[in-house]
Design a protein around this ligand. Structure first.
Ligand code: SF4
Length: 644
């Protein structure tokens, strides 16, 4: 007998609930039905997607609201549609998982040529205006087939990939079909940018024909949100773009802009030549240089002039059937943002040197945002209610304060649904990646401990190092030779395609005697890939992934310290590191049936302070193992033996 509020039971499509799933659902329903937001941590395997949906649907139906479900990956978006299909058996709820125009566009000229979503939008608009996109012409002619498609999309849950397939067959634009259907659909699964990027949100809400007040927002994998919000607000200008702007201005006869771009690049080169890696530069310095040495009395006016010239260049390129890429435009947008943020202490300006793809040393200027709440708060304070959820959100109070969730937000930690005997977790004393203790001997001891775990694990083991420096040190101290199973390891700068292939090959070894994967915490594998079943039986978290104390990291700590006195280091330094460690540690345990050994190779994880940032399903029953050979091997072996 399931104990759920009767309104929710109407929509919950399954005959039974998982352990503690009812607590999750009831908490969300009670909050949302009283128009409050909820911040909730629940581990993998709990069924958070269907829980959040079935708790929000009765409110959305009664109050005539839409549900926006934001998540990071297409897989997560499609999962929402799969769950809605299960609900559909009880109630006919429509839903769409949507992708960006650049992924949906069928026109090869437009999609291959445009270098960002904005220029694709411009190419698309031009093609449409000149009736040069056959996929749009078919939409305009609104054939019987197209009308039927529109009705179909609004009638039941569809995935973005399905819409693309159908539209390809019928030769109509999938993006236009989705756009037309948005206002009729109840649940939409989409990326963070649609909601949190103010420019994209404005256009999206227009297509949706609604406002934030009429939306229940569900944010999945919300631990990513502060970082995403910060990257949305930032901006970068490289020497490459400055050089390209100079050449472009010359080509289009803008002598004044050409001279300015040349002067500005030379000045930036002078600044960046003097720094070792990165340095914070006062925003006003650049403005003064522009005014005094560049002889530009009113920089804003000049940058606006550049902006207009850039827009004209884009138009002229479009008219010639070329892609509307303007470096003058890109440079002016950056410089205008620089001026707009000059007196805002939630931004810093950074000059840095780096190596480009060709491995050549170059430099860039950056506007770095320090306050994620500037992006999140306008959304959270405007929606009907927010459901903010993830498996790693502790401490909830810190997340709520950093993102400025409404004061009335309900905060709840759902107990772990995993049977205790399914998870082994331990911290090894005597090892650490703490800077002053990084010696060859320390790494050799770590290699020994890793080997103990690998040899005691039935099949696959994942190792996630605190950084590439630690990863390379483990390799230098003979990790590969010490192992009896094949090793797959990440490399800095590896393409996502090569990484994906390597992960697939590693996963396949789960049924063929096992292998070892070596990656970094905070990397694409440790945060974005699931390893259920035999794809990863054990995981070793090597070291605490504290960020290098670069000027921007120090500025972040100082900024938070001003906003939250005494908590700057915790919010700006400790918390991001512990999130990365928690994410890596959770890789092998994705479903209630999974078994996993989680080993932390750094004594600092045994302190109650560090443990307070890890999810309770990991810290419950966590063992602290002495600095002794073979103790780890015995513990891990007996855990897996007990399960066989
Ligand atoms: S109308 Fe559709 S298919 Fe044509 S260019 Fe625009 S997005 Fe691409």
């Amino acid at each position: 007998m399931i104990k759920l509020p009767s309104q929710v039971a109407e929509y919950f499509p399954y005959d039974s609930v998982r352990p503690h799933q009812d607590e999750f659902i009831t908490t969300v329903y009670n909050a949302v039905s009283s128009r409050r937001s909820v911040l909730i941590e629940g581990s993998n395997g709990l069924g958070k997607t269907i829980s959040a949906l079935s708790a929000c649907l009765p409110v959305a139906i009664e109050k005539k609201l839409k549900i926006l479900y934001v998540a990071r990956t297409h897989r997560q978006h499609d999962r929402v549609i799969e769950e809605l299909r299960a609900v559909f058996r009880k109630h006919q709820i429509s839903g769409l998982s949507i992708r960006g125009r650049n992924e949906m566009c069928l026109n090869v000229f437009a999609s291959r040529g445009a270098f960002d979503s904005k220029s694709l939008m411009e190419v698309c608009e031009l093609l449409k205006a000149k009736s040069r996109c056959p996929y749009y012409t078919n939409v305009e002619e609104r054939t019987y087939d197209y009308m039927q498609l529109q009705q179909q999309v609004a009638s039941r849950p569809y995935m973005g990939s399905e819409i693309q397939r159908i539209c390809k067959k019928k030769e109509v634009c999938p993006y236009e079909l989705v756009k037309a259907g948005l206002s009729d659909v109840k649940v939409i699964a989409l990326s963070y940018l649609y909601v949190f990027d103010p420019v994209i949100r404005t256009a999206f809400l227009k297509n949706l024909e609604t406002e934030l007040q009429k939306i229940i927002l569900i944010v999945d994998e919300a631990h990513n949100l502060p970082e995403t919000a910060i990257s949305i607000s930032g901006s970068t200008l490289s020497l490459f773009v400055m050089r390209a702007a100079e050449m472009e201005a010359n080509r289009f006869g803008h002598k004044d802009i050409e001279e300015f771009a040349h002067f500005f690049r030379t000045e930036v080169e002078k600044i960046t030549d003097k720094i070792s890696r990165e340095e914070i530069i006062p925003a006003s310095n650049i403005i003064e240089i522009v005014q005094k040495q560049g002889n530009i009395a009113r920089p804003r006016e000049f940058f606006e002039h550049m902006h207009e010239a850039g827009a004209a260049i884009k138009k002229s390129l479009l008219a010639d059937g070329k892609n509307p890429r303007s470096y003058v435009h890109a440079m002016s947008e950056f410089l205008l943002k620089w001026i707009d943020t000059v007196d805002d202490d939630s931004f810093i300006n950074v000059a840095s040197q780096y190596f480009n793809k060709e491995n050549n040393k170059t430099a860039k200027l950056e506007i770095v945002a320090l306050d994620p709440s500037k992006v999140t708060q306008p959304v959270f304070s405007s929606t009907y209610a927010n459901v903010i959820m993830s498996g790693t959100l502790q401490p909830l109070e810190a997340f709520a304060r950093i993102t400025r969730l409404p004061e009335s937000t309900v905060k709840f930690l759902v107990p772990s649904p995993f049977p205790k005997e399914h998870v082994f977790s331990a911290v090894c004393l005597g090892v650490t990646t703490s800077m002053e203790k990084r010696t060859p001997q320390m790494y050799r001891t770590m290699v020994e401990r890793i080997n103990e775990v690998v040899n005691s694990t039935p099949t696959n083991t994942g190792i996630f190092a605190a950084s590439f420096q630690v990863l390379n040190a483990l390799l230098a101290e003979g990790l590969e030779n010490a192992l009896l199973k094949p090793l797959f390891h990440e490399r800095k700068g590896m393409t996502s395609k090569a990484n994906e292939k390597m992960v697939q090959d590693f996963k396949a070894c789960g049924d063929k005697g096992g292998a070892v994967f070596l990656g970094v915490q905070g990397g694409r594998t440790s945060e974005g890939v699931d390893f259920p079943g035999n794809q990863m039986n054990s995981v070793v978290v090597v070291g605490v992934p504290y960020a290098e104390p670069t000027p921007r990291v120090k500025a972040q700590i100082e900024y938070y310290d001003k906003r939250f006195p005494g908590l700057g280091r915790e919010y700006g330094y400790i918390l991001p590191a512990m999130k990365k460690a928690s994410q890596a540690a959770g890789r092998p345990i994705r479903t209630l049936e999974d078994l996993g050994a989680i080993v932390f190779l750094d004594y600092r994880f045994s302190t109650s302070y560090c443990k307070s940032f890890l999810p309770s399903w990991i810290t419950n029953g966590m063992k602290i193992l002495p600095d002794k050979k073979d103790v780890l091997a015995t513990e891990v072996s007996s855990f897996f033996r007990a399960q066989s």
